[in-house]
Design a protein around this ligand. Structure first.
Ligand SMILES: [Mg+2]
Ligand SMILES: [Zn+2]
Length: 182
């Protein structure tokens, strides 16, 4: 059966350690539970990465550096039989006021359009309040992970009244929780 639900994954701090503008493949480190969690969910969900990469706009690294690093991640996942359908990245700075930087929904809109996704049954998983806003803006369910920057920004969820569907400190536990929703 054709899958019509999406799992829209933040990258840094969600799938891999957030090492502040990292782009060298020797720095790439998968977070615990990610492989197991993605394996659990990929039967039911199409997997996408949506990532803000202002390091490109800041000229810390180039678009080509970004692709090398990201492809390394995609290959590591492929080796474990996990298939990421597509990666979407915003190279801009916040000040650029572009249409693609999360929490703006341009990339989710593209995913819905191209892959005929049922957005109400889809999820955004991220470690930053803007990931949750991104999901809420699009009408998704959301997981806030306290990995990566999540712990540091936890207070902002209350302060700005941003309500994730669930909050977890481990990717695998989050995915087990997602499987309970229909
Ligand atoms: Mg992140
Ligand atoms: Zn952008």
């Amino acid at each position: 059966m054709k899958k019509n639900k999406a799992l829209i994954l933040d990258r840094d701090g969600t799938l891999i350690e957030d090492k502040n503008y990292a782009y060298k493949i020797e720095d790439l480190e998968l977070l615990p539970g990610v492989i197991e969690g993605l394996k659990l969910l990929q039967n039911d969900f199409l997997l996408f990465i949506v990532t803000n990469q202002s390091g490109i706009g800041r000229e810390y690294y180039t678009i080509s550096d970004f692709h090398v690093y990201n492809n390394h991640l995609i290959n590591l996942l492929n080796e474990k039989a996990i298939k990421i359908k597509r990666t979407y990245f915003c190279p801009h700075l916040k000040e650029d006021n572009c249409e693609c930087r999360k929490p703006k929904t341009k990339f989710i809109d593209m995913i819905i359009e191209e892959f005929k996704i049922d957005i109400k049954k889809s999820w955004v998983i991220g470690d930053h309040p803007s990931d949750i806003e991104f999901g809420l803006n699009a009408g998704c369910r959301t997981v806030y992970l306290t990995t990566g920057h999540g712990d540091r920004h936890l207070k902002e969820l209350d302060a700005f009244n941003i309500k994730p569907t669930i909050i977890r400190d481990n990717f695998l536990e989050a995915t087990e929780e997602i499987l309970k929703f229909h």
